[in-house]
Design a protein around this ligand. Structure first.
Ligand code: CUA
Length: 346
């Protein structure tokens, strides 16, 4: 009778494990893999799911089985169980099996870690590892590109990376502990005041990915976000040139920029919320641009348009300005609008 019951439980454990594993593997736990390292980490997670689901199911099944079949029934309150002093074979098995499983998984995880932390060997200039300094401070990220990449040292709030070129992020903090996390790259590391930490990735997918601070660092921690844009090498070169050249709207005469900018400002409803003398608007829902954009760099103005909640002026609330201007404005229009705003709030 006991063995029949055992067979039922064994069958149930097998089926539940299979379902659990299938479910665990079919759910996309992470955003699309943006680095070559991400694939190896995702595989590691898959292996962990396959190894841990049966253990979980087995433990829960034994508990449920015991509760059902060995529970105390009325009248048994004063009875004692049979006098068992142990089962050497069972104890050896339940010690050795988990130990072997843990040792195997630790070894595998260590091998993966060694592999993704390895210094790349590519020697060509175009694919040579690029060291990018990352500074965390309450509550923003700044990036410094080295001379051998940007011509002269370039400090910026935008992070652009060429696809396929290995990057070594050198992390530092200007105040408290932050944590530089790009979920799409799968890696994160604390930025600790006083020391430099680092990690490597090689971007393998074009696109824009979130950067998140993953260490509670103060009131603005949740807003300490930015993004990394992975572009083609040609586009990266172009971006670098734009960053190093003093900002000049692409060839257009100032008068043209002003006219186009004024029109964009009106057409996109900016004047409905913001005061801007040049555009003749006096609305007060959002910050007064004449005041708050004065002397601000292009990067800040652009961020204020496409990611309005990245920085909120004192006295204003996040979530008011539409967050989708980055999609609704064309690249050129955005550029014109930024150039225009910079010019008229100078
Ligand atoms: Cu910086 Cu949280």
């Amino acid at each position: 009778m006991g063995s029949r019951r055992g067979q039922w439980v064994f069958g149930a454990v097998l089926i539940a494990s299979a379902v659990g594993i299938a479910l665990g593997l079919s759910i996309h736990w992470f955003p699309p893999a943006g680095s070559t390292q991400a694939d190896k980490i995702d595989t590691l997670y898959d292996v962990l799911i396959i190894a841990s689901v049966p253990v979980f199911v087995l433990v829960v099944s034994i508990i449920v089985f015991s509760v059902i079949f060995f529970r105390m029934r009325p009248g048994q309150e004063l009875e004692d169980g049979p006098p068992i002093h142990g089962n050497t074979r069972l104890e050896v098995v339940w010690t050795a099996l988990p130990a072997a499983l843990i040792a195997g998984l630790c070894t595998y995880a260590y091998v993966v870690l060694r592999d993704i932390e390895k210094k790349p060997t590519a020697a060509q200039a175009a694919t040579r590892e690029m060291k990018v300094k990352v500074f965390g401070e309450q509550f923003a990220w700044t990036f410094v590109y080295p001379k051998d990449v940007a011509g002269s040292e370039l400090t910026t709030t935008q992070l652009y990376l060429p696809i396929g070129r290995p990057v070594d992020f050198r992390l530092r903090s200007k105040d408290v502990i932050h944590d530089f996390w790009v979920p799409a790259f799968r890696l994160k590391m604390d930025a600790v005041p006083g020391i430099e930490t680092h990690y490597r990735i090689t971007p393998k997918r074009l696109g824009n990915y979130q950067i998140v601070c993953a260490e509670l660092c103060g009131l603005g921690h949740a807003a300490m976000r930015n993004s990394v844009t992975v572009v083609t090498p040609a586009r990266f070169k172009q971006w670098l040139q734009q960053q190093t050249k003093p900002a000049a709207p692409s060839g257009a005469a100032p008068a043209q920029v002003a006219a186009a900018g004024r029109k964009l400002f009106a057409d996109n409803g900016c004047s409905g919320c913001h005061t801007l003398k040049d555009a003749g608007s006096t609305a007060q829902v959002g910050p007064d641009l004449d005041k708050f954009l004065k002397g601000k760099p292009d990067a800040f103005i652009q961020q204020s348009i496409v990611k309005p909640d990245a920085f909120i002026e004192k006295g204003y609330k996040p979530g008011i300005m539409p967050p989708n201007f980055g999609q609704t404005l064309s690249k050129d229009d955005l550029k014109t609008l930024v150039a225009y705003l910079k010019e008229v709030t100078r």
